[in-house]
Design a protein around this ligand. Structure first.
Ligand code: HEC
Length: 195
């Protein structure tokens, strides 16, 4: 009973405290976070509940032991896969950027969370620093690899970034071959314009 009351208290805290946080704190806990923490609390409560149960008799039949291991595996892996499908971490497709010229659409895409280029690249002073500053990549691209045109180099940088890793960076850039051909064209047009 005490366990149950504690659990209800923890759940209430998870769902009520976010409303009490002052907006200025900048802290936001959306519903997915609250559901996540609630599940952890429920599983934690379940764990303490199990601890109080009388100990179980060891399983004697091998078949039953294997079956229960398989069941646990299917349930846990299945839950993770299901969750990953319901809430994918990366959504590349599905957005078509608006803009009159290819370069404008490419710029919008570059700064959109669906492509996420700005997370790792600085252009004109803003963006992340995990990758090279791309403010002048249109001019640099032609000299990166001997015998390779700027156009080909930029395309390769997107489709197969490991082909040439700009020192001193690591090859952490994901390939963007999943983007539509139109999106790739728009991005390339934008990158070419960065002189
Ligand atoms: C996870 C971080 C990350 C993301 C996201 C990312 N990049 Fe990169 N990018 C890098 C890193 C690190 C390098 C340098 C290493 C290499 O060349 O692979 C790089 C290299 C490049 C280069 C070559 C730059 C040069 O100076 O030769 C281009 C062009 C480029 N990225 C464009 C993009 C575009 C466009 C996007 C979005 C579609 C993007 N990147 C998304 C990390 C990232």
């Amino acid at each position: 009973m005490r366990l149950f009351v504690t659990l209800v208290g923890v759940l209430a805290a998870i769902w009520v405290i976010p409303f009490l946080l002052p907006v200025e704190s900048g802290l936001k806990f959306g519903v997915p976070y609250r559901v996540f923490f609630s599940l952890i609390a429920v599983f934690g409560g379940f764990w303490f509940y199990l601890l109080r149960m009388p100990s179980m008799a060891p399983v004697k039949s091998t078949r039953k032991a294997v079956a229960s291991i398989a069941l646990v595996f299917v349930l846990s892996t299945g839950t993770i896969v299901l969750f990953a499908n319901l809430a994918p971490q990366f959504a590349f497709e599905g957005k078509s950027a608006s803009g009159a010229t290819a370069g404008e659409r490419g710029k919008a895409l570059f700064n959109d969370a669906s492509a996420g280029c700005f997370l790792c690249h600085v252009v004109a002073g803003s963006g992340g620093a995990r990758g090279p500053d791309l403010s002048h990549v249109g001019a640099v691209a032609g000299n990166r690899r001997p015998g390779m045109s700027a156009e080909d180099y930029l395309k390769e940088s997107l489709m197969n970034p490991v082909a040439f890793v700009v020192p001193p960076f690591d090859n952490i850039m994901p390939p963007f071959s999943r983007l539509s051909p139109e999106a790739i064209n728009d991005l390339l047009a934008y990158l070419r314009e960065l002189k």
